[in-house]
Design a protein around this ligand. Structure first.
Ligand code: NI
Length: 179
């Protein structure tokens, strides 16, 4: 398994829904999580590993530390066919990176809170909601399933500037996980 990087055309494709009960999903999600942790990411979508299916993995807990400075326990979450069913009116801007756009980070405006309906890796329907990093991450990863990367979320002017910055990052050999 390898993380594909922009401008690979696979990152611009709209992904197919997963068939309910598809047994291959669990194994794929496990491999995606392993890859995500290896590259110090907090989220990964299946198209980033070349699989055009609506699958996302997220763990925004593990890179944080508890009050004693110890790393928090891992909390891997699998999202199958995720859909945003509710969101705040308020939108907030914050910096985001992406394993498929190594070497740069972009200020992106997102809803400050979202509620997402999906299936977990056992095909139980679950509702997950969140703000902060978790809420932002869910929106970022669901964007990937619709072929939307960081660049498509920027204004035309910012996009040009960031594409230049990204070109320079690629030239100096930036790897997934670098921001
Ligand atoms: Ni990403």
């Amino acid at each position: 398994m390898r993380i594909i990087t922009s401008p690979d055309p696979l990152l611009r494709e709209v992904c197919e829904p997963v068939e309910i009960g598809d047994k291959s999903v669990k194994r794929l999600a496990k491999q995606m999580l392993r890859e995500m942790y290896k590259d110090d990411g907090v989220g990964l979508a299946a198209p980033q590993v070349g699989v055009l299916k609506r699958i996302v993995v997220i763990d925004t807990q593990w890179p944080q530390e508890d009050e004693k400075g110890r790393p928090m326990k891992k909390n891997p979450l699998v999202f199958i066919n995720p859909e945003i069913i509710e969101h705040s009116d308020e939108r907030v801007k914050n910096l985001e990176g992406c394993l498929s756009v190594p070497g740069i980070s972009c200020e992106i405006e997102r809803w400050s809170w979202v509620k997402v309906k999906c299936f977990d890796e056992n095909f139980n329907e679950v509702i997950r909601e969140g703000d902060g990093l978790f809420g932002r991450c869910m929106q970022h990863e669901i964007d990937h399933l619709d072929g939307i990367t960081l660049f498509e979320r920027l204004s035309p002017l910012d996009r040009l500037a960031k594409l230049e910055e990204y070109k320079a990052a690629v030239e100096r050999g930036a790897k997934p996980g670098e921001c």
